[in-house]
Design a protein around this ligand. Structure first.
Ligand code: ZN
Ligand code: ZN
Length: 361
C-alpha cells in the first residue's frame, strides 16, 4: 500500500497538482486499503487524509494506517479546512468518477475560502487506472484466486446441467458454488443465455429452460479480496449441429490466434484485429459487434480497453480478457473468454475451465 501511495505521489508533479482528491471506490481501496462504500482520500506529497463518515471511522483507522482519518458530517464540508491546512493550490480530482453535482458541491465549499488561499479543482483522467493495469504480487494472488474460484464453480455446475433447467436456476447454482468456494460475491450479474437468447451478449437469466441442441453462453466471475474474475464458456448439452460446430470452432480459433499473437507493446486495436480477422475471414465479420476484451481488476471493466477504436498500448504485466464472439439473431451466439497476463512479451492464460469439445468444421 505504501508503494502505491509513493507511485501516486511521484505522479502529482506530472499532473501539475499538489494533491489528488480520490473518490472512486476502486481507487480509494487501491491506494488506502479502505473497503467502505463512502469517503474521499486527499493525498499530497507529505500528507494523506481519509475523510469518511461515522459508519466507517473505526474501520478506516484499521484498514488504512497510512492515512489520517477525518470524520465528516456532510459530503464536502470537511475539504476547506483540510485544504487550507495543507496549503493546497491545485487539487486534482477524478473527472470520470466525480458527478456534475459533486463537482458543484466541491466548488461551492471551496468558494468559502478567501481568494488568496483558495485552491483550484483540476480534472485528471486515466492516471490511477494506468497504475492499476499492472498488478503487484498481492493483487495477482487475489486475481488468480478469483479466477480459480470461477473455474472450479464452472466445472462443478456445468457437469450437472440438464435440459429443462432454467437459466435463472443455473445462474443461482453458479453463484452459490462460487460463494461456497470462498468468493465474497459475484463480480457482476451472471449471464446465462440459452438458444436464441445467446445472440444477446448481455442477456439477463430468465425462466427459459435449457434445450439439448442449442448454444448456452455462460459468462460469470467471482470477486475475491476485491479482485474480479471473468470467464465465458459456450456449451451445447446434446449433439452439436453443423452451425454450432462452425460458429464455435471459428470463435475458438479467433481466441487462440489472438492469445498466441498478442505481444508486449502492441496497440489494443491491433490485438482486437487479430481475432476479428479470423472471424471476418470465416464470413461472420458483422456478427462480432463488441471489442475483444478489457482490463480486469478491482473493477470488472477497466484499463486497457481492447477494442477496434482503442489506442491503449498493451504492456508487460497487464491483465485483460480475450473474448471474441459471434451472435446470430434468431439462432444464438458463441463467446469464449479467458483472462490473460502479458508475461515475457506474450500472453499467458490464467483460467483453465474446460471448453466445449467440437470437431473442427
Ligand atoms: Zn465476461
Ligand atoms: Zn469480460
Amino acid at each position: 500500500m505504501t508503494a502505491r501511495l509513493e507511485r501516486l505521489r511521484q505522479l502529482l508533479g506530472e499532473l501539475s497538482v499538489d494533491a489528488m482528491l480520490v473518490s472512486s471506490p476502486e481507487n480509494r481501496r487501491y491506494l488506502s486499503g479502505f473497503t467502505g462504500s463512502a469517503g474521499y482520500l486527499l493525498i499530497s506529497k507529505d500528507d494523506a487524509v481519509l475523510a469518511t463518515d461515522f459508519r466507517y471511522v473505526e474501520q478506516a483507522g484499521r484498514q488504512a494506517p497510512a492515512f489520517r482519518v477525518e470524520r465528516i458530517a456532510g459530503d464536502t464540508d470537511w475539504l476547506p479546512n483540510v485544504a487550507v491546512s495543507m496549503k493546497l493550490k491545485r487539487i486534482g480530482f477524478e473527472a470520470t468518477s466525480v458527478t456534475f453535482s459533486q463537482h458543484a458541491a466541491l466548488a461551492e465549499v471551496l468558494e468559502g475560502i478567501s481568494a488568496g488561499e483558495r485552491p483550484e479543482l483540476v480534472p485528471t483522467k486515466g492516471l490511477l487506472v494506468a497504475l492499476r493495469a499492472i498488478k503487484d504480487s498481492i493483487e495477482m494472488e487475489a486475481t488468480q484466486r478469483a479466477i480459480d474460484i470461477g473455474d472450479a464453480a464452472f466445472e462443478k455446475v456445468s457437469a450437472t446441467l440438464q435440459p429443462g433447467m432454467t437459466e435463472r436456476y443455473v445462474a443461482w447454482e453458479l453463484e452459490r458454488s462460487m460463494r461456497e468456494l470462498g468468493a465474497e460475491s459475484t463480480s457482476f450479474d451472471i449471464i446465462i443465455a440459452s438458444g436464441p437468447n445467446s445472440a444477446l451478449p448481455h442477456h439477463r437469466p430468465s425462466d427459459r429452460e435449457l434445450r439439448a441442441t442449442e448454444p448456452i453462453v455462460i459468462d460469470m466471475g467471482a470477486r475475491y479480496q476485491g479482485y474480479c474474475s471473468d470467464l465465458t464458456r459456450t456449451l451445447c448439452l446434446g449433439p452439436v449441429d453443423d452451425t454450432f460446430r462452425e460458429v464455435y470452432s471459428t470463435v475458438l480459433r479467433a481466441q487462440q490466434y489472438a492469445m498466441a499473437e498478442v505481444t508486449d507493446g502492441m496497440q489494443a486495436n491491433a490485438a482486437d484485429g487479430l481475432a476479428r480477422t479470423v472471424i471476418e475471414e470465416a464470413g461472420y465479420g458483422d456478427k462480432f459487434g463488441h471489442g475483444l476484451g478489457h482490463g480486469v481488476g478491482l473493477a470488472i471493466h477497466e484499463f486497457p480497453s481492447v477494442g477496434q477504436r482503442s489506442s491503449d498500448v498493451l504492456t508487460e504485466g497487464m491483465v485483460f480478457t480475450i473474448e471474441p464472439g459471434i451472435y446470430i439473431s434468431g439462432w444464438g451466439g458463441v463467446r469464449i473468454e479467458d483472462i490473460v497476463i502479458l508475461e515475457n512479451g506474450k500472453a499467458r492464460c490464467l483460467s483453465h475451465a474446460r471448453k466445449q469439445a467440437v470437431d473442427a468444421a
